[in-house]
Design a protein around this ligand. Sequence first.
Ligand SMILES: Nc1ncnc2c1ncn2[C@@H]1O[C@H](COP(=O)(O)OP(=O)(O)OP(=O)(O)O)[C@@H](O)[C@H]1O
Ligand SMILES: [Mg+2]
Length: 501
Amino acid sequence: MVEWSQDVPTDGSIELPPDPSTLDAIGRNHSMETALADLVDNSIDAGATHVLIQIVKVGGRPRSLYIVDNGHGMTPTTIDTAMTVGHRREYRERDLGHFGLGLKAASFSQARSLTVMSKAAGHDAVGRRWRLDDGPQRGFACDVVPGQFASEEFKRNWQIPIGESGTVIRWDDVVSFAATNDPKNVEKILNHTITTACQHLGMVFHRFLEDDKISVEFQVHDVDLSFVGPPVPVTPLNPFGYARPARPDFPKTLTAHVDGLSLAFRCHLWPGRSSSAQFMLTGNPVDHQGLYFYRRGRLLQAGGWVGVHAPHRRLALARVEVEIGTEAIGLFQFNPEKSRVLVGPEFAMLASAAQSSDGMTLAQYFEVAEDVFRAANKRAPKRTAMIHPGTGLPPRLRSTIENEIPQVLGEKPIDIRWDTFPDDSFFRVDRDEHTLWLNKRYRKMLLGGKHGGLNDLPLLKSLLYLLIGNVFEGDYLGPRDKDNIDLWQAVLTTAVQAERQ
Ligand SMILES: Nc1ncnc2c1ncn2[C@@H]1O[C@H](COP(=O)(O)OP(=O)(O)OP(=O)(O)O)[C@@H](O)[C@H]1O
Ligand SMILES: [Mg+2]
């Protein structure tokens, strides 16, 4: 028998550069929304305050996509390292970038061609392009886009404030867009893509959006019609956005210090199941119990107990924030798509050692979470669903309503607005427009000297919403609804007139 040798001998070395087709294989775990999040990471690292994502339709079908930002841009030198697969630049303390892969992996997971055009202050615009279909004979030779073209693309009317610098990322032959020519279907798929992406970006970057550090907007450009649709803003989606916690002593921070490592678990308890967007997030809320890992303000993973506990229906209200700080970075690994966190054995040790200042452990937190879940289910066996309000109420009030009242799905929100009426009646139910109109002639008197605005008189409007909201449901007005409307109209009109006198 040949004896086993610990060392493997070598006989010189040969150069074996990777085959360019590897470009095609990277980023396979991306979806459209995680890919876009990777590019928004880059815009944030570049100090951008505005990001515009424009989907370009040609011949009735979406084909290309632009991501434009007003960050510090790239110089003729940095754009080459930016296009290099796996080039890690020097990262600052707050940078979201880590692998030197994101731009390329995210782009080639969605499109066959990636063009980067950028301008740094005091430099000319530069452009580079990678195309997957150029064939292996091209090797890793990257196309140089003429400065003139890069500059024209940069200067297009992007409808975000771009000064001296910024970056335009362009995807062509986007493979993940609709594979149909049926205009109705294209529209549906496009809307779905934008809605899903808005939710994901709203969740991943909710802290940046809440702090107004960045604004992200979607827009559709129909080239044949020379028409650019209205911007769709990404709004923050905070997984901890409940109006008040289940118990006044929550959220509770449990900390652990073991072998020079420390970690904090900020344990939250939702007050009950809710149909609000913040509770539902992007899917089944049962999947959203668990740990929420943040790195530098960006959400890396939304839920899952990573071995600390098994998922359970009764833990549906338990969500825990964990910050991956520089001192604890060795405890974690995250995938290049930045959508999942892997934890090492030390993590389990820290989780079992963690305690709050009043002595609560994670095991006790789970017990409390189950108790609260049971109590919440008993307390609120079933609340009647309502269509949620749209414009007319202040955002805070809307989010309380969304947290408290289950939503009737698939209905447009109810707007509450003022209008000039031909008569004295106090309100008008407009089911076609999904609007509860209020008679303008009483507005000034009701405001009593305060300034009016879109969201004025929230107390009055929320009372009306609670009273009248349900008549907007269903395909037609039943006799009972009609009679109720007459009754409310008679009483409220008399009341508002009495108030005026
Ligand atoms: N919008 C942008 N504005 C300015 N520079 C950018 C922009 N996008 C990319 N870059 C430059 O390109 C480099 C490569 O980006 P890429 O996303 O591939 O890797 P990364 O951000 O360094 O790391 P990660 O793989 O973790 O995302 C960045 O480090 C940055 O220097
Ligand atoms: Mg990146």
